[in-house]
Structure formats: C-alpha cells, structure tokens
Design a protein around this ligand. Structure first.
Ligand code: NAD
Length: 495
C-alpha cells in the first residue's frame, strides 16, 4: 500500500479538495510506486493564496536578520538530512546519488547565502538637490510569490527561488513538478521545522494546467518565478500580463562546448562527457552540441565515442553507475524522435541511439548515451533543445566560425570553450551570446553565489542565484525626508 502525501495549505497538511491523487513512480523501476500525491485544482490554489496573503502580513514585519536566522537553521537541517533526501530524490527522478547530493548541497549553499543577505539588502543614499533634505532608496517585500518549478533539480531550483523570496519578506505558494513531489514535500517539512511561520509557506501539488495556471492568473499573487520549458514560459508570461505580475522566467537551452585545435583534449573529453551525459542530459545547461575544430575532429571523436561506450547505465542508487534513467516515458519518446530527425537530416549516428532495457534496467526509462556526428548548423538537432543524452557534433575550421555556429540558436543559456590561447578565450567571453560562459570547463557547474540565467529565448532578463536575484523579490521605494521646515519644490525653488 503506497503512502499518501498531502498539500500544505493555511498551516495544515490537507488532501486536495477533489479527494483525488496522482502516482509518483521510480523511473529506474517503474513498478515501484513512491507515493500518492494530491491532485489539486483552483479551489486549493484559492485557499493557499488567501493563507499566503495572511502569512505575509506578519512575515514582512519580522526583521530581515531574524528571517535570516531561520534560513540558517533550514540550511543546517538540510545538511543533517542530506543523504536521506538525496536517496529519495534519486528514487523519484533518477539522477545518480552523487548528483542528487550535489543538488541538495546547492540548496544548502543558497540557504546560507540568503541567510546573510538578511544583514545586507542594501538600498542607496544619494544627495538631495535641495538643502536640508535627505534621500534614500530602500528595498521592501512585494507580497505573495508564486513559485513553479521543473523536476530536474527538485531541491536546488526551488531553493534558488524560495530562499531569496523569503529573506526579502514575501510569502509563498509553491507548485513543484508532478514528477518530483516527494522532495518538495520534504523541503516544506524542513522549513516548517526550522521555524518558518506556517501560513508563509503553502505547497500545492498537481499539474501545470490545474494548479500552475490558476496561480499565474490569481490577482492576489504578486509575482511569479518560473523555471521550465520555453513553450510553457511564453504562455505563462502572457497569462501573467493580465494582472501585471512581475515574472522571472528561466527556460530552455541548447548549450555548446567548443574544442579548439590547441585545447587539452583529455580535459575537454572529461568536460564533454560530464556536460552531455550527466543527469542523463536532462539539465537546462547540458552540453547538447560539441563544436569541434577540424584539425582535431577525427582524433577527438574516436576518444569521445570510446569513452561514451564505457559509461555504465543503471539505477542511480547503485555505486559505479554513471548515467541514470530518464525521468519518464515521454522523455524517451522525445529523444527517440530527435535521433530520427537527426538521421533524416543527414547526421551520422556514431554511438548509442536506443532505449536500454538490459538486466536491471528492464523496468526503467533508460536510454543509451548517444552521439550524432556530421551535424551541420541548420539541422534541427543543432538548434532545438532535446533534453536528453544526445550530443550533436559540428565541425568548424576557425575560431570565428566556432562562435558563429555556437550563436546559431534561439537560446542563450550556457557555453564553453576549451583553448590554451588567452586571446581566443577573452574574445569568446565577449562574443558568445549566452548568460554563462566557461573557459576550459564544461557547460554545467552553477555556484549559489553567482548569477544564473540566460539571454534570448532562455529567459526574460532576470537571474537566479548571486546577488541580482534579491532585486527581483523586492520593490524599490524612494524615500525623501525634508527637515527644512518649509515647502521645498524640486526643480522649481532651486533653479
Ligand atoms: P515544463 O515547462 O513542462 O514544466 C515546468 C513546470 O511548469 C512544472 O511544474 C509544470 O507542471 C508547470 N506547468 C506546466 N504547464 C503550465 C501552465 N500552463 N501554467 C503554469 N505552470 C505550468 O518543464 P519541465 O519538463 O518540467 O522541465 C524541463 C524544461 O525546463 C527544459 O526546457 C529545461 O531547459 C528547463 N529548465 C530550465 C532551467 C533554467 O534555469 N533555465 C533549469 C531547469 C530546467
């Protein structure tokens, strides 16, 4: 009998008003049901938003350093329970244990960073143009934050959003992805144990259309922070405009690693294996394209194909496994569709290509790490996000061509170049169209205190992580204090 989990709304753990549930299953063994979760809808969202509005009134008045002390405790509790949460995360979404441990560590780092921001949250003081007058800007909370997240970083991404929102004094309505409801539930439990007041946190499980959309459309939700696909993000942005919400969108990517002819090829090989096949390619920053200099193309391809064939597939909880399953059957279908498209366009299948059902993998959603060679810039597999273990390899003859090929996509999240030439490295930093550029490192590797996000259709200009995110979760208030004892008219009495 599977355990039934609940929403957390208005200070209580509750079933969905519909009374219905959905299943959460292990992608490494689809026969294993992890739990049943509430299938919520508009009425649940309504209750959650009302509670969050009430919770906001007290929370915004708590001194920010005090809010920070609670977040510090959240980080401590996450540290204590790191391995247990990581194991459950691997069970519900598949990536290998080292990676789920890293996912939680990113959350812990974000908790400690946000906690200290409670003692900064700087405004500005500037001189007034009038005598005996004081000018400053301060940061104030906004209200109820709607948080909608994907399944590939079930802890890190919610923490990137929820901790900054909380430290700035906002309350939360959180809709996690339906593939990873267990990690989200544990996360809420930990925050409550650490002392976040109950009505400040509201968790509503369910689908994008029945829970996500009502949050986006609700007039009493003041801002939305969304991470997911560009298609959903664009639609969400339109819906949110009816109530003029502030919206942060972190969307898809088609990230590339350039390997120049002067690169350290062993280092570049390690980078591309980790970038392309880590998290089974299901990262927004995954290396989806390898842009390879003609002079090293054949040699590097031989190294890459040999190393890829050695990667071990299996349940991410088992030691020695390099690549876990994909999250669900739909992801396998998408990958298969793109491999077919690539071959029809003229790309050459040089490794992998099929779902993998051998031995222990018989009941899971496994797919072979796959390499498509001879890809050209106009092919769909060179431009569209696949979100799976598929690497498209393109051949270039010069640095200028490499940059042009890298930029030839509507996305602009992460990028990388391997070269020993410092001049080339700096030109790449200048000319690559992406929010993130790595020199001699793979396309993945975010750090909690660095801004994270992309340009072009990867987002709408906001950043997660780092210092910039705190601006998203606050309004700027301009304050003027006139201590002259008389009416002073700006731009009139002083000119
Ligand atoms: P998705 O867009 O299908 O879903 C993301 C979230 O939005 C889920 O919680 C989903 O239930 C919800 N949702 C779906 N329809 C909705 C609607 N109409 N209204 C409101 N909410 C709705 O994405 P996914 O499959 O969960 O994740 C994969 C995608 O996320 C990829 O495109 C990947 O690149 C992207 N991603 C981006 C980043 C980043 O930081 N840029 C990070 C991770 C993942």
């Amino acid at each position: 009998m599977s355990k039934t989990y609940r929403n957390f709304i208005a200070g209580e753990w509750r079933d969905a008003i519909s009374g219905e549930t959905f299943e959460n299953r292990n992608p490494a063994n689809w026969n294993e049901v992890i739990g049943l979760f509430p299938k919520s809808g508009t009425a649940d969202v309504e209750m959650a938003v009302k509670a969050a509005r009430e919770g906001f009134e007290g929370w915004r008045l708590m001194p920010a350093p005090e809010r920070g002390a609670i977040l510090k405790r959240v980080g401590d509790l996450m540290t204590e329970r790191k391995e247990e949460i990581a194991k459950n995360m691997t069970r519900e979404m598949g990536k290998v244990l080292a990676e789920t441990m890293g996912d939680i560590q990113e959350g812990i780092d974000t908790a400690y960073y946000a906690a200290t921001e409670g003692r900064r949250m700087f405004g500005h003081t500037v001189p007034s143009e009038l005598p005996n007058k004081f000018n400053m800007s301060i940061r104030v909370p906004i209200g109820v934050a709607g948080i909608i997240t994907p399944w590939n970083f079930p802890m890190a991404i919610p923490t990137w959003k929820i901790f900054p929102a909380l430290i700035c004094g906002n309350s939360i309505v959180f809709k996690p992805a339906s593939d990873t409801p267990l990690t989200a539930t544990t996360f809420i439990e930990i925050m409550l144990e650490a002392g976040i007041p109950p009505k400040v946190l509201n968790l509503v499980h369910g689908s994008g259309s029945s829970v996500g959309s009502p949050i986006v459309n609700h007039p009493d939700v003041n801002l939305i922070s969304f991470t997911g696909s560009s298609a959903v993000g664009k639609n969400l942005s339109k819906e949110a405009s009816d109530t003029l919400k502030r919206v942060s969108l972190e969307l898809g990517g088609k990230n590339a690693q350039i390997v120049m002819d002067d690169a350290d090829l062993d280092l570049a090989l390690e980078g591309v294996l980790w970038g392309a096949f880590g998290t089974t390619g299901q990262r927004c920053t995954a290396t989806s394209r390898l842009i390879l200099h003609d002079k090293v193309y054949d040699k590097f391809m031989d190294m890459l194909v040999a190393a890829t064939k050695k990667l071990r597939l299996g349940d991410g909880l088992k030691s020695g496994v390099d690549v876990g399953p994909m999250v669900n059957e739909g992801q396998i279908e998408t990958v298969q569709k793109y491999i077919k498209i690539g071959q029809e366009e003229g790309a050459k299948l040089v490794a992998g290509g099929k779902p993998y059902k051998e031995g222990d993998c018989a009941n899971g959603w496994f797919h072979e790490p796959t390499i498509l060679g001879d890809v050209t810039p106009e092919m769909r597999v060179a431009k569209e996000e696949i979100f799976g273990p598929v690497l498209s390899v393109l051949r270039i003859n010069s640095f200028e061509e490499a940059i042009k090929v890298l930029n030839n996509t509507k996305y602009g999240l992460s990028s990388s170049i391997y070269t020993r030439d410092v001049n080339q490295a700096f030109k790449a930093i200048r000319d690559i169209e992406a929010g993130i550029t790595y020199i001699n490192g793979p396309t993945i590797g975010a750090e909690a205190h660095m801004p994270f996000g992309g340009i072009k259709e990867t987002g709408n200009g906001h950043r997660e992580g780092g210092w910039e995110v705190y601006e998203f979760y606050t309004e700027t208030k301009a304050v003027f204090i006139d201590y002259s004892g008389k009416l002073q008219r700006a731009q009139i009495d002083n000119y």
